[in-house]
Ligand binder design. Sequence first.
Ligand SMILES: Nc1ncnc2c1ncn2[C@@H]1O[C@H](COP(=O)(O)OP(=O)(O)OP(=O)(O)O)[C@@H](O)[C@H]1O
Ligand SMILES: [Mg+2]
Length: 410
Amino acid sequence: MALIEGFRVQNYRALRDVTLGKLSTQQGGEPLTPFTVVIGKNGSGKSTLFDAFGFVADCLSTDVETACDAKQRGGFERMRSLGVTDPIHFEIYYREAKGERPITYELVIDIDNSGRPYVQSEFLGQRRKGQRFGRPYPFLRLTRGIGTAWAGDAAIEGEGDEEPNTKMAVELTDLRQLGIATLGTLKEHPRIKRFRDFLKGWFLSYFHPDAARSMPSAGAQRHLNSHGDNIGNVVQYMEREHKERFQSILDRIASKIPGIRSIKTDVTLDKRVLLQFNDGAFDDPFYAGQMSDGTLKIFAYLLLMEDPDPPPFICIEEPENGLYHRLLDSLAHELRRHATGRKNAPQIFVTTHQPYFVDALSADEVWILEKGSDGYSTVRRVSDMEIVKNLVAEGLPLGGLWYSDYLDAR
Ligand SMILES: Nc1ncnc2c1ncn2[C@@H]1O[C@H](COP(=O)(O)OP(=O)(O)OP(=O)(O)O)[C@@H](O)[C@H]1O
Ligand SMILES: [Mg+2]
């Protein structure tokens, strides 16, 4: 399974320079775990970190100007860390699968003299076989849209028995578009395409229960969308494509939602699929439109986890909102199980405020963001805090330690 081992953000709002995990230039760090959770006080930068992933994904799916001008971001000048004139910089350190050599992607975004954001530079590269240190070798290197791409599938130019890769000059016509977006559609750049596909597959959950209550038009859809308003279409797809498995999936989901005895489906005359929730107290079922926010939310998460072909990377912000506290422990276990269980398991990244959720986690899965006196945030892995490590080894749950202020900087 693909794994982001490290992520660095520079000059993005309160994240002046924050690294989680391991990078090509910071090999001392331990890689991120398949299930990673970020905690922190109000204003410490959790939503900003979540949005940093969202911003990179949006730069690919739209372009950097559109991504900067998205409603919640308000344009480049508001996104850049205050007091800084350097560009915004992201670095992703990632492995396509266990045992594969890590890939580094760097993206630098700046504004031109007229205030328009553009891609200042982009780098995608990988180490040579056996190379443990030093800078990775590029497959793509662009500055202001001009540079070089190395076509072919061999990791490095002329490596091993494979055909030498062809070096080609590249000049992009639109500096707002990512080079990987343009070159990743070309057959001669399979490595760029694989990275682009990975990034395109990221799933950032902006689930809202009301969206899940809407009656979608008929039509099966394979994957849940980020707002969750196509839940009915996904159910329709699952029922059609995985008929035998589907009822057992619904039974499994029902057993995890308190007060729900069973979940079934009903098809309307115009072939829309309706979800029926039975709570055991009444003979008549409830439909999605009548269900509580928390029930729909947990249903959406569990359905997302049951996707036979899940997104490679899933980000969820504060999944606890609206959920009963006793449910949080099992939700955390469920997310971890899905992040580690199977070959194509997704990597799952979560931000939370909830000690009950954190109780279910191990110290290497949890990162704490803190805002410094200079207004910029720092991040630490909880397993790097000696005292916490010892207390966890004695069997104290992590959420409880957080609640008792053991995770705060002292
Ligand atoms: N351009 C900027 N430069 C520096 N700091 C900024 C910038 N824009 C916003 N901030 C600060 O970033 C901080 C982090 O906000 P963020 O929304 O990420 O916090 P959070 O951890 O999600 O908080 P909450 O738990 O309340 O949701 C805020 O305190 C805000 O003042
Ligand atoms: Mg927030």
